[in-house]
Design a protein around this ligand. Sequence first.
Ligand code: B16
Ligand code: MG
Length: 223
Amino acid sequence: MTKFADIKGFVFDLDGVITDTSILHGTAWHQLADSLGVAWSEELGNGLKGISRMDSLEMILKAGGKENDYTEAEKEKLAAQKNTNYVAEVDKMTPANILPGMKDFLDSLRANGYQLSLASASKNAPRVLGKLQLADYFPKIVDPASLKKGKPDPEIYTKGAELLNLPPEQCIGVEDAAAGVAAINAAGEVSLGIGDATELGAADMVFADTSLVTLANIEKKLG
Ligand code: B16
Ligand code: MG
């Protein structure tokens, strides 16, 4: 098991870790589902966390039994429609939307010489980071368009460590979604989950919320 002293880098998820765009994603998908006549549920919304845009659309269509009703071109249009609504909300974001404690945590990582990269499935991640005024912290972002498979496949976290030129076991992956924790584990990184300990039971360590994520608390857990 990796020790705290071995850790040299952190690979971050964005939504649910640095900021909470899941509500904005949920609202935009809900609007689209309504317009397609697909019944919305909280469960459906939660299942979309960490899932790519097109895979999210497929899940919504499937939930409504409409998976065979649209051509690829029509699906692209629907996803673009959702994204337009989502981006309009993102553009209202400010640094006040950074989750509690995360700015301090990022500052402490920088001050202690850790390397940082971003492993978000979101094609809007650079825009979101800009709105939060955190773009400087993440010069290294995995391009989600370059991925063959989304989370829980390890690819995005493997690439996140590669961007840092670090072996995966020297990296901590930070996630709020079970699919993301599975991806970190499969990439051979140390997994830090934020949220419900039962839901994120596969993680090497779990913190109930972002305010508890500090280097001191991580050291206590890793030893
Ligand atoms: P976009 P993460 C994910 O971000 C979101 O959790 C997920 O709900 C969203 O569908 C996905 O990004 C794609 O986002 O439509 O902006 O490209 O959690 O991996 O940071
Ligand atoms: Mg997330």
